[in-house]
Write a protein that binds this ligand. Structure first.
Ligand code: NPG
Length: 368
């Protein structure tokens, strides 16, 4: 398939609740969307990088630059298929979120033209997926409990609490008391160090599904030590950038459950491979989330419909983050979302919102 043009759209999408990062508070989700145009139609991909390089080294403006200056020219020079995007871009190190957005757009174009859904292509085994919700650090325990209570009313099947030193045992205890035996897990986003192992052991009393990524992503050995010291399963997120890294971390007993995010792994093809190797090794997986618009959410929900996604994902309804979604909204029903069935992602971008929310005119790149 020949790509005729690659468009880069940058939007600021209003959030229903401010999102706190270590760099500041965001009231809008700064999103980069990639649209590829081919003779047989269009395809869309969402880049999951955040506005600032605080969660991962990638960030939106950096992704935009690397696509504009390196990846788009490379893809526009050759015939591409979804499986050749990663090999074509391998000349550049890292930048997996940028690569994933392009691969997803090409895959979407291919599957739309073929009349095949993401779910069918990935090998989905279910038509609805179980949903959890991720809850950030709150200003107080009372506000946290209010927020969690609201999500329970909406039907979420699992609560994930963000934790950090100084915000862990007490909020977890309070939420456990509030929610009874509803599924509960915690996510540290690398906030702890080896010196905290004794402290983290105290989480064992709360019957958690898992503790996610307590230490920096490069330090697999630290996670091995924690996994030996606590009963709560350790789950890696940021560390797992490929199927190979997943195999290594599992064989070293650093992780007994794996969070899968396609953006972190360079695309859905690597995400499916990671799902498959985890299944072979008997390790369950679940689908992470990165505050995606409907474009990225649709693909995540399709991925979460694979067999070994046995834990509820951070596949929340659109309303968790947005009053209005860029596509038709994902609406929670009985704690689940429907897996889209239409060709490609199965959702359509609302062009009027793309215009209303645009942070700048689209960048249009064509072959010379
Ligand atoms: O539901 O889409 C979602 C977001 C879930 O909390 C969530 N994601 O560490 O997994 C994470 C976290 C995150 C997202 C962190 C974006 C930083 C940026």
């Amino acid at each position: 398939m020949k790509i005729e043009a690659i468009e880069l759209h940058r939007i600021g999408m209003p959030l229903v609740r401010p999102f706190q990062t270590s760099f500041g508070v965001q009231t809008k989700r700064d999103v980069l969307l990639v649209r590829v145009l081919t003779a047989s139609g269009e395809g869309w991909g969402e880049c999951v990088a955040m506005a600032d390089p605080v969660y991962s080294s990638e960030y939106v403006a950096g992704c935009e630059a690397v696509i504009r200056d390196y990846f788009a020219p490379a893809l526009l020079r050759v015939d591409v298929a979804s499986e050749t995007v990663a090999p074509t871009l391998r000349f550049a190190l890292g930048h997996r979120m940028a690569k994933a957005a392009l691969e997803t757009a090409v895959l979407d174009a291919e599957l739309r033209a073929a009349g095949v859904s993401f779910a069918q292509h990935f090998g989905a085994v279910r038509d609805r997926v179980d949903c959890g919700v991720s809850v950030g650090i709150a200003p107080s325990i009372d506000e946290l409990l209010d927020e969690v209570d609201g999500y329970l009313d909406e039907g979420y099947q699992r609560i994930k609490l963000k934790i950090k030193p100084g915000w862990d045992l007490e909020p977890v205890r309070a939420v456990r008391e509030l929610i009874g035996d509803t599924l509960l897990q915690v996510d540290a986003n690398t906030a702890y160090s080896l010196a905290d192992i004794d402290h983290l052991q105290k989480l064992d009393e709360f019957d958690l599904l898992l503790i996610e990524q307590p230490f920096v992503e490069e330090d697999i050995a630290a996670h091995v030590r924690l996994a030996r010291a606590i009963d709560t399963p350790v789950c890696l997120d940021e560390s797992i950038v490929s199927a190979e890294v997943a195999i290594d971390a599992i064989e070293r007993h650093a992780t007994s459950i794996v969070n899968i995010k396609a953006g972190r792994m360079g695309g859905y093809l690597e995400a499916v491979r990671t799902h498959d190797v985890c299944a072979e090794l008997g390790v369950p997986v679940w689908c992470g989330g990165m505050l995606e618009t409907g474009v990225g959410r649709a693909a995540n929900v399709a991925l979460a419909a694979l067999e070994n996604f046995t834990l509820p994902g951070d596949t929340s309804g659109s309303s968790r983050y947005f009053a209005e979604d860029l596509t038709e909204p994902f609406v929670l029903r009985d704690g689940q979302l429907d897996v889209p069935t239409g060709p490609g992602s199965g959702v359509s971008v609302r062009s009027e919102l793309l215009n209303d929310w645009a942070l700048r005119p689209p960048i249009v790149l064509r072959a010379n």
